[in-house]
Design a protein around this ligand. Sequence first.
Ligand SMILES: Cc1cc2nc3c(=O)[nH]c(=O)nc-3n(C[C@H](O)[C@H](O)[C@H](O)COP(=O)(O)OP(=O)(O)OC[C@H]3O[C@@H](n4cnc5c(N)ncnc54)[C@H](O)[C@@H]3O)c2cc1C
Length: 350
Amino acid sequence: MAAGKRFPAQFGHSAHTAVAPGRGCGVPPGEKPTPEKTYSAAVNPLRTLILAAAGNDTIRRLVATAPVSRDVVRRFVAGETTEDAVTATKDLVAAGLSVTLDYLGEDTTDRAQAEKTVQAYLELLDRLRADGLADRAEVSVKLSAVGQALDERLALDNASRICAAAEQAGTTVTLDMEDHTTTDSTLGILRELRRTWPWAGGVLQAYLHRTFDDATALATEGSRIRLCKGAYKEPDTVAHVAPHEVDLAYVRCVNALLAGDGYPMFATHDPRLVEVIGERARWYGRKPGSYEYQMLYGVRPEEQRRLAGAGETVRVYIPYGEEWYGYLMRRMAEKPANTALFLRSLVSKS
Ligand SMILES: Cc1cc2nc3c(=O)[nH]c(=O)nc-3n(C[C@H](O)[C@H](O)[C@H](O)COP(=O)(O)OP(=O)(O)OC[C@H]3O[C@@H](n4cnc5c(N)ncnc54)[C@H](O)[C@@H]3O)c2cc1C
């Protein structure tokens, strides 16, 4: 892997200056955009505007300090500290939900920053154990935040330290998936981790052409695999671009995962897909608890509770940490109603 290469993330954490629209944040800095890399630039002008605004320092200050904005932040981000993450976890667990926690660090090419991220996870895992939350709360880790772009070995070592702490705490770790240039590296590191910690989970992105084969290969006993649509802006040479193609690919992977012996974790807010997953799970004779649904903190919370109330396992992905700004702006850009909420918060400040 090229040292110093940065992977701007559209989902989870990333540099707030990575602002291209669409599923991902555009082309890597310094690389000329090509038509296939900017395919969705014209799709949603409001999204383009919001994401462009995300890079503006004045807007960043406004969002960070306005009291109403703080409420907007709190809808999607649990807070900045371990304590905030634990509080949000307790609330959701009390409501019958499970959680996975993501410490929002930057994509890092800096060993000290990677170490800070590892320490945050170790502190969190210790708290989950001490507070008796480990059976319902696990952690999600982005390898870019623990040094993948710097040195793959460092990322493996750091991920191993987090897995060892998770084992001590009595819980699990899932490796988030980032842009397609990291897929082989991330699946390779997952394979290594599973030699010691077979419960280590991975993520597959339905939009990638390769994913059906990956899903089939990874649907083995005990294999925890999260299936999501995919959040990065990818060229059509590697990924489906049209939303309905992505949805069809998602359903093919749902079938592959449910047909196998693994533990699929279906991450989507899409009402149609939630329905299809339930129907396919019944068709494959899967009992609730032999697979799970996953949704993001603050997104469709009523649906999260409805599914849990119906006996399904539902895991909420909770982001927390000081680097919440880029994550928040992407959630704002995803949905017009969120954008309106965001704009109102800015107006009320001025
Ligand atoms: C738990 C979890 C983990 C994830 N992990 C990864 C990962 O590791 N790698 C990766 O690339 N991507 C990841 N993603 C992101 C994923 O790839 C998608 O980008 C994201 O979930 C949006 O896709 P969707 O399936 O919800 O469908 P979409 O087509 O985006 O949305 C479908 C419907 O869901 C509702 N909805 C969606 N977003 C919002 C919102 N912000 N506010 C309110 N309603 C909304 C709306 O009704 C919308 O019409 C993850 C997502 C989740 C939920």
